[in-house]
Design a protein around this ligand. Sequence first.
Ligand code: SAH
Length: 249
Amino acid sequence: MLVEPSHPGNVGAAARALKTMGFSRLVVVAPKIAFVTREPEAIAMASGADDVLASAQVVETLADALTGVHWSIALTARSREYGPPQMAPRAAAEKACEFVGQGHGGNSGAIALVFGNERVGLSNADVERCSALAHIPANPAYSSLNLAQAVQVLAYELRLALLSRADATAAIPAPTSPTISAPSASSDEIEGMYAHLEQALITLDFLDPANPKKLMSRLRRLFSRSGLEHEEVNILRGIAKHILLKIKR
Ligand code: SAH
């Protein structure tokens, strides 16, 4: 997923980076140029990946893009004060593989790599929507890669992780993921929970909407460390619902 990309050439090059690594789903969030996927520069840079470019989905918000996604990695060139747990790209790719193996209809929509705008990167709010944060350990004196090149690095890591997983499954039949058992919550379920929780905390006068400080960011960081399951999100929403009901009475 490319959030607010500015340069059509980068969108095309990202499509090529994905296709060379065996992926086909590109999502563009609020591009700076409408119909960016039809720009001549994008088509030229996509080269033989023009099919991936042409079938790219364009959506308005990252929330829309992450609907149905169960595990997402925010790629950032800068470190962030808040946000989900940081992982090395390789470890993040391996973890992403576990989610692909877990099912969710077996489609690649279960996981997402999220990249920011060429000039400003991802906003803190967008980073906080993701399950993990990853930074390519580049030259500390110049660590900002070109957007499509960052896509290439992560797509390659994901391919390596998927290939080694395929080897492992060939050697040992029927290994369901040992690390993940209960169904994970999707991004939209988790966002719905935060909205519900925030409403309950405001009603309790615990959260002052005029002066929210970093409460919700801290709660997001806490929960993103835990790897929320579908059922756990339901429990938290149940608590929020009962707080709201009790206070209304
Ligand atoms: N000046 C921006 C960098 C934008 S580069 C900033 O300070 O955030 C465009 C995008 O490429 C970034 O948002 C990120 O998704 C990706 N990217 C570039 N370099 C990266 C790195 N070293 N590690 C992880 N992602 C990187």
